[in-house]
Design a protein around this ligand. Structure first.
Ligand SMILES: Nc1ncnc2c1ncn2[C@@H]1O[C@H](COP(=O)(O)OP(=O)(O)OP(=O)(O)O)[C@@H](O)[C@H]1O
Length: 280
């Protein structure tokens, strides 16, 4: 007998409160030719402690959604809620710095003139010195970089820099972490390893996080819930297991099939290239 859906290894657990709710959000940009819709009546919910991922091709609106959640883009309609608080919509637009939302980007955006610990402590400037020191040390321990606290960003590998960026984003204890293509500057092996590491760290701290990427391997390595996007809409918001086994429509099925094929080809050719240089 086929296993019951609830027995799927990564089926979402029940009855944790929703942390992030996007309820029918629409937004876009003004241009010379007038308003252009980019995100159209999009909804999703993310439970407390869950890691969500928006997966879709370039230009489908992933970054625009993160920018709206962070408070940099106003909504045309719909509501964004974090816990019980409305952040955007219903006539409300909470300022970005009041949202308790942390962000981590693909280019790390570390300050080159500050040490690793200086970078992590940066977001804690307003805290008392003793607390700042304690929290910085705790964050460096969490991401396994205590030994490099006095190093400068240029002395670190890409993966280490990205771990500093994660420690910096988590230091002020955000209620939600947004990650925009965080691993795309890294080589293919580091990318997947770091995606698993970041998942492990976020699960240990219990943070709720939303990631955007166009890389399926990365999405499947890190996320509890994935939204397959097409032109500003989510075609299916589901667990990785269900996306593979129960795609909602032909678009999702074809997207998963094509991306898996492309990613295994890309991995094979990159590994082949490095093997080739050793065996001319
Ligand atoms: N500031 C802006 N002004 C006008 N149009 C914009 C602006 N930012 C993004 N867009 C347009 O909105 C659409 C969605 O962009 P967005 O960056 O959200 O896509 P994405 O899915 O994150 O793409 P990528 O994977 O390439 O980063 C694109 O067509 C883009 O050109």
């Amino acid at each position: 007998m086929p296993p019951a859906l609830s027995a799927a290894p990564d089926a979402p657990s029940v009855s944790t409160p929703d942390r992030l709710v996007l309820d029918g959000i629409s937004l876009g940009y003004e241009s010379r030719n007038g308003y252009r819709a980019v995100v159209d009546d999009l909804s999703l919910t993310l439970e407390q402690g869950a890691i969500g991922c928006l997966l879709g091709s370039s230009g489908c609106g992933k970054t625009t959604i993160l920018r709206a959640i962070a408070g940099f883009e106003p909504l045309r309609s719909g509501v964004i809620r974090l816990g019980s608080e409305t952040l955007s919509g219903d006539g409300i637009q909470v300022l970005p710095e009041r949202r308790r939302v942390g962000m981590m980007f693909q280019d790390y955006a570390l300050f080159p003139h500050l040490t690793v610990e200086g970078n992590v402590a940066f977001g804690l400037r307003k805290r008392p010195a003793a607390e700042r020191l304690r929290r910085t040390a705790e964050m460096l321990e969490l991401v396994g970089l205590s030994a490099l606290a006095r190093s400068y960003p240029h002395e670190l590998s890409g993966g280490q820099q990205q771990r500093v960026a994660l420690a910096r984003a988590l230091a002020p204890e955000p209620e939600l972490l947004l990650l925009d293509e965080p691993f795309s500057n890294l080589d293919v092996d580091t990318r997947e390893r770091l995606a698993y590491e970041v998942r492990d760290i976020l699960k240990r701290t219990g943070h709720t996080a939303l990631l955007v990427t166009h890389n399926q391997a990365e999405a499947f390595a890190i996320a509890d819930q994935i939204g397959i996007m097409r032109e500003g809409k989510i075609e299916q918001w589901d667990s990785p297991w269900r996306l593979h086994h129960h795609p909602a429509n032909d678009f999702v099925a074809e997207f998963i099939r094509r991306e898996s094929l492309m990613s295994s080809r890309a991995n094979a050719s990159m590994r082949g290239a490095s093997t080739g240089s050793r065996h001319p």
